[in-house]
Ligand binder design. Structure first.
Ligand SMILES: C[S@@+](CC[C@H](N)C(=O)[O-])C[C@H]1O[C@@H](n2cnc3c(N)ncnc32)[C@H](O)[C@@H]1O
Length: 245
């Protein structure tokens, strides 16, 4: 049966760790893992969109049992090939609907991956799916950018986010529908390689409402994993919702 790996197919999976190298830096990973260890307590952790195990593997090494949900078999193959990769359980499926046995003390969705769900209905379903996997008092943690609309002059659609010698990226906004397509271009072997991925950007307050619909309340919101304050200048947030008992 053919497998649909979504946007993180073999071509993307093969270069994922290298192209996201700065996100694998221990200075980036360690604070994420520290916070998740604390929230997991003696329980299990559920990662939505586990990818190649950037967070799941170090979290497992810190003694927290981790289970992942992931659409892309190509990404999971990279996870499996790493030391300890076989110890992490993975369910192949869509994290807004896929179910896993047992309950968890923490679920997490990092690196703006909530935006990969391109409709409000799917994002709402994701919160509901998470709530059904959490123990009462368990937490859902999301790391996601604040929509960059302050940088988009009225009437404009495109915003450049990266320019370097052989790589360019720009976002294409569809403001009326909270839609965003990130276009990535790079030169590979003298040819232009293009990857365009659709997202649905979402406001912190809208996420709070989704949490509420799913029986969860906001416990904390920071601008980073070291509990930096979230302010009007913050360009991302780390939010923690708690499942009401
Ligand atoms: C940006 S990567 C992040 C991977 C990993 N969490 C990390 O921090 O490195 C997003 C991952 O989420 C997966 N993904 C995107 N949408 C998904 C969905 N609806 N259900 C399951 N996995 C999904 C992709 O296949 C990809 O592996």
């Amino acid at each position: 049966m053919p497998v649909d790996d979504g946007y993180f197919d073999e071509r993307v999976a093969a270069g994922y760790d290298e192209s996201s190298a700065e996100m694998f830096d221990p200075e980036v990973v360690d604070p994420v893992v520290d916070l998740l260890v604390e929230l997991a307590g003696n329980g299990r952790a559920l990662e939505l969109g586990i990818g190649t195990g950037r967070i799941a593997l170090p979290l497992t090494q810190r003694g927290v049992p981790v289970h992942g949900i992931e659409l892309s078999q190509a990404m999971v193959a990279r996870l499996r090939a790493k030391p300890g990769g076989d110890e992490v359980g993975v369910t192949i499926g869509d994290f807004s609907t896929a179910t896993v046995d047992g309950t968890f003390s923490v679920a997490y969705l990092v690196y703006s991956t909530i935006l990969n769900l391109t409709t409000q209905a799917a994002q709402v379903a994701c919160f509901q799916n998470v709530a059904s996997h959490l123990e009462p008092g368990g937490c859902f943690v999301i790391e996601v950018g604040v929509p960059g609309l302050q940088e988009l002059p009225r009437g404009n659609t495109f915003r450049v986010f990266h320019v370097s010698e052989n790589r360019w990226g720009f976002d294409e906004y569809d403001v009326a529908n909270q839609g965003l397509i990130s276009h990535h271009f790079r030169i590979v072997d003298g040819k232009v390689d293009r990857l365009s991925i659709p997202f649905r950007y979402v406001w912190p307050s809208e996420l709070d409402l989704m949490a509420r619909l799913a029986g969860m309340s906001l416990r904390e919101r920071w601008s980073g994993w070291k509990r930096e304050p979230f302010t009007s200048e913050s360009d991302k947030h780390v939010s923690v919702w708690e499942k009401r008992p």
